[in-house]
Design a protein around this ligand. Structure first.
Ligand SMILES: Cc1ncc(COP(=O)(O)O)c(C=O)c1O
Ligand SMILES: N[C@@H](CCCC[NH3+])C(=O)O
Length: 418
C-alpha cells in the first residue's frame, strides 16, 4: 500500500492531485510521498523490535537531501558507497556515527574523510582495501572500525545485473577466505574488528537466499570465536524486493521474524539492515506527458517527454514498471501502446504493449519509481533532469528544481582562442 491513490478518477499523491502539482512544476517530475517513506522505514525498524538493531537506509536508491533529511529525523542510519553520498548525508543532517560505508573502490581520500567525520563502520570488500584503511587510519592517528563484506556464494534468484552474492561477482571476500582475512585484520594496528557484512543482491522476492546467507555467516562467526575474534554486529545488507508487477516479496515483518529466529542464540548481536528499494520504490512516481501518439503499421507508440535518461530501469534490466493514466475522468479511447521516450536509442522505453486510455497532452504516471530513478538519471541528449517534489499531507514541496539549459554546460569550457 502506498499514498498514491485515485479519488474521483484522479490520481493523488497523499492529499494533493498529481495534475495540480504538474500544472505548477511541469514534466518530467518525480513525486514522492513523505508518509509512505516514513511508513516503510518504520516497518523495518518495528519489525526488529527490541533486538539491538540499526536501519541504515541505502542512499544509492534515492539521494535527494530532503528525503535523506526525512530519514535522519526518524533516527535512521545510512549505507553509503562514495564520498558524494557521505557529504549528502551530512548536508541532510544525518548522524555520521550511524553511517556504514560499502563499495569496492574506496579511495584514500574517501577513507580519510570517513575517518575524519567518525563513521560507524567500513564494510571492507578486499584485502587490499583492508590494508589501505589500516594505512590511512595510521596516518591520521585513528583506529578504523571495520566489518568484512563476506560473499557467501548464494544465488539471490534476481536479475543477473543486480545479483551480488555469487563467487563470480566483484563484491566482498569469499566466504572460504574470510576467516584468514579476519585473522589478518586482527594483526593490523589501526583496525578494530566490529562485525560481519553481506549483501547478496537486490529485488529479492524470496526469503530463502537471505536465510542461506545468514546460515553461512553464522558458521563463520562461530569459527572466528576460536580465533579470539568476537563480533558485535551482523549487517545483512539490503535487497528486499517490492511488487512492481505481480511479484509477492516478503514483508519486512516476515523477513525480520525469520532472521530473529535464526539469531535467537545471539540476543546481544546487533543486526544492521541496509534497505533501499523497499523504502523508496513505492514512495515515488514519475509523471510524464504524452507528446504524440504515433501509429506505424501494426504498432502504436505513445511518445512521452520522459526517457531512459530519467528512468533507466526498463532499458537496463528490461524491468517492468506500471504505467497509469493520471486523470481517468478524461474520456479517451483505449489502445495498446509501446510507451517510448524522446531519446535516440531503441532501448528508450518505459513500457511495452500497455493498454492505456490517452490522448496527446495527457499525463501518465510510472509507478514504483522512487528507487533507482532520479539517482540513476543523466542529461543524455542534453535533456535537463526531472524536477523532484515531496508531498507531505496537503503540501507539495519542490525538492529539486529543473536545471536551466545553461546548467547543462556550466562546468564545460571553450578552448582558448588560438
Ligand atoms: C551494499 C549494498 N547495500 C544495500 C543496497 C540496497 O539494496 P536494495 O535497494 O535492494 O535494498 C545495495 C544495492 O543493491 C548494496 O549494494
Ligand atoms: N539499480 C538497480 C539495483 C541495483 C542496486 C545497487 N546495488 C535497480 O534499479 O534495480
Amino acid at each position: 500500500m502506498d499514498h498514491f491513490n485515485y479519488h474521483n478518477q484522479q490520481l493523488f499523491a497523499e492529499e494533493v492531485a498529481v495534475s495540480e502539482i504538474i500544472a505548477q512544476y511541469g514534466t518530467p517530475a518525480y513525486i514522492y510521498s513523505r508518509a509512505t517513506l516514513e511508513r516503510h522505514w518504520h516497518a523495518f525498524n518495528n519489525a526488529l523490535g527490541d533486538h539491538p538493531h540499526l536501519i541504515c537506509f541505502a542512499v544509492k536508491s534515492n539521494a535527494n537531501i530532503a528525503l535523506l533529511n526525512v530519514m535522519a529525523k526518524l533516527g535512521s542510519g545510512f549505507d553509503i558507497v562514495s564520498q558524494g553520498e557521505l557529504e549528502r548525508v551530512l548536508a541532510a543532517g544525518g548522524d555520521p556515527a550511524k553511517i556504514v560505508f560499502s563499495g569496492v573502490a574506496k579511495s584514500h581520500q574517501e577513507i580519510a574523510r570517513a575517518l575524519e567525520v567518525g563513521i560507524r563502520c567500513f564494510n571492507v570488500e578486499s584485502v587490499a582495501e583492508l590494508q589501505r584503511i589500516n594505512q590511512v587510519a595510521g596516518e591520521l592517528g585513528k583506529t578504523a572500525p571495520i566489518s568484512l563484506r563476506v560473499n557467501p556464494d548464494v544465488d539471490a534468484h534476481t536479475h543477473p545485473y543486480i545479483s551480488t552474492g555469487l563467487k563470480e561477482n566483484k563484491f566482498g571476500i569469499s566466504v572460504n577466505e574470510a576467516r584468514e582475512v579476519y585473522r589478518l585484520a586482527k594483526t593490523l594496528p589501526h583496525i578494530a574488528i566490529h562485525g560481519m557484512d553481506c549483501h547478496i543482491g537486490s529485488q529479492l522476492t524470496e526469503l530463502q537466499p537471505f536465510l542461506d546467507a545468514t546460515d553461512r555467516l553464522i558458521i563463520l562467526m562461530e569459527q572466528l570465536k576460536q580465533d579470539g575474534i568476537h563480533l558485535t554486529h551482523l549487517d545483512l545488507g539490503g535487497g528486499l524486493g517490492v511488487p512492481y508487477h505481480d511479484e509477492t516479496p516478503p514483508h519486512p515483518t516476515e523477513y525480520a521474524a525469520a532472521l530473529l529466529a535464526k539469531l535467537k542464540d545471539y540476543p546481544d548481536l546487533e543486526i544492521i539492515l541496509e534497505p533501499g528499494r523497499a523504502i523508496t520504490a513505492n514512495a515515488g512516481i514519475l509523471v510524464t506527458k504524452v507528446e504524440y501518439l504515433k501509429h506505424n503499421e501494426d504498432r502504436r507508440f505513445a511518445i512521452v517527454d520522459t526517457g531512459m535518461n530519467d528512468m533507466i530501469r526498463p532499458a537496463l534490466y528490461d524491468a517492468y514498471m506500471q504505467l497509469v493514466e493520471v486523470d481517468r475522468r478524461l474520456e479517451r479511447p483505449s489502445a495498446v501502446y509501446d510507451v517510448v521516450g524522446p531519446i535516440c536509442e531503441t532501448a528508450d522505453f518505459l513500457g511495452k504493449q500497455r493498454t492505456l486510455a490517452i490522448a496527446e497532452g495527457d499525463l501518465i504516471a510510472l509507478r514504483s519509481a522512487g528507487a533507482y530513478g532520479a539517482t540513476m538519471s543523466s542529461t543524455y541528449n542534453s535533456r535537463p533532469q526531472a524536477v523532484e517534489i515531496m508531498v507531505d499531507g496537503s503540501q507539495a514541496h519542490l525538492i529539486k528544481a529543473r536545471a536551466d539549459f545553461a546548467d547543462l554546460w556550466r562546468l564545460e569550457a571553450l578552448l582558448p582562442n588560438n
